[in-house]
Write a protein that binds this ligand. Sequence first.
Ligand SMILES: *Cc1c(COP(=O)(O)O)cnc(C)c1O
Length: 389
Amino acid sequence: MNGKFELAERLLKLPPYLFFEIDRLKKEAIARGKDIIDLGVGDPDIPTPSVIVEELKKAVDRPANHRYPSTVGMIEFREAACDWFKNRFGVSIDPVKEAVALIGSKEGIANISMAFVDPGDYVLIPDPAYPVYKNGTIFAGGNPYIMPLLKENQFLPDLDAIPEPIAVKSKMMFLNYPNNPTSATATKEYFKKAVDFAHKYNIIVCHDAAYTEVSFDGYQAPSFLEVDGAKDISIEFHSLSKTFCMTGWRIGFALGNEKIVGGLTKIKSNIDSGAFQAVQESGIVAMAKALPVAKNIYKVFERRRNIFVKGLNDCGIECDLPKSTFYIWFKVPPKYDSASFTKLMLEEAGIVITPGNGFGEYGEGYVRAALTVPEERLNEAVSRIKQVI
Ligand SMILES: *Cc1c(COP(=O)(O)O)cnc(C)c1O
């Protein structure tokens, strides 16, 4: 029997899913036996460092880990996160009151709006961006207010351009540096401006810090929490997914203001029962021991970046070497838009990339390539692009 079940309005309010056509064309091409180079999804091809995998094998055998975890995460996990954070950024966080484990940072980013946004509240959302900021806001009944990320502003929101009446009605703001999809970075001076803005208008800043470790040429991304006064108004989301190539494990954490972390925890305690403890124990080992191995992985991404950007430049496509993330964000050649160039790449070159407008209207005219294939495949991709353009 087919029931007539209408989707809830909040689902109907989501922006259209623009990757549908590309997904379809990709599946068709694969079915035809075409050799596809997939630079579409931001999911590293490199396996998780073995020291972490070995820990999971042992942790799975411990019966204590077979029971319900706690929503906030094991104290040992939160301590390991705070220790890592203190070493890396020089900022002390209380693991009891100011830290919560997450089932991947996406989970926390999606849930934070439920804790603080009421219907009618404005939430300041960058565009282009990771879609969860806007969609989580919509689920909570909030009004997304778009902050365009423009090249002439180094892909940073122009806070002075936000109208006063909107700022006054805004409850939260999302930021994400190093940035997906633009691979832009932010300075501490910029973060300071955001802290001042947030203090002035009583706004919670949610900083998505998924890519702080994936950096090149010696660059070290700052944490939002390094800025004086940041902890009064912000929460920062960290993920082990990109740092340790652990996307499938679903583990991350959030740090920051006690009340903000507490609000998120309250929502979570009514939705989930925490991350599998064996995964948390593996995460502890990752943060304590696996960074040297992970740094070698970033070298791999750095070499891939050099190959791909040089290839684009050889074709006359302007693109600087990003300092961070494994994404190359570039403007499509003049006669194309995001969709038509993505289609050209797929149909003529057998390369999957992501159309920039899939990340929001201000991504139009751009595309994103994820460096998630080995060097020889990337060389092949570059030579195919050269033939097509
Ligand atoms: C990958 C990614 C995340 C989150 O990943 P999790 O696997 O859920 O921890 C968050 N934000 C951005 C911008 C990302 O690209």
